[in-house]
Ligand binder design. Structure first.
Ligand code: SF4
Length: 84
């Protein structure tokens, strides 16, 4: 799941990418609470936040915190496809 996490210098999660995903037994409510309290503040001081978010949106990452966003927040960012 975390194989796409950035590894370059400046990526704040490079040493602990798995922490940015739900832990075993951690439900969505608990993960979102941890994301808001611990993970998103880390992303806020990361050097590559915008690039990270762009990549996650382009790959349609469904899980974890990327670029300072939760899965729900990324879902809201996606532009609905026009109906034919
Ligand atoms: S923005 Fe967050 S998830 Fe992305 S590389 Fe930085 S710390 Fe990791």
């Amino acid at each position: 799941m975390h194989e796409n996490k950035p590894t370059q210098p400046g990526a704040e999660c490079r040493d602990s990418p798995a922490d940015f995903f739900p832990m075993e037994g951690e439900n969505n409510v608990a993960f979102n609470r941890r994301a808001e309290k611990e993970l998103i503040p880390i992303c806020a001081r990361c050097a590559i936040t915008a690039t990270c978010l762009e990549g996650a949106l382009s790959r349609n990452e469904q899980f974890g915190v990327w670029g300072g966003t939760t899965p729900r927040q990324r879902s809201a960012m996606r532009i609905p496809r026009a109906r034919k």
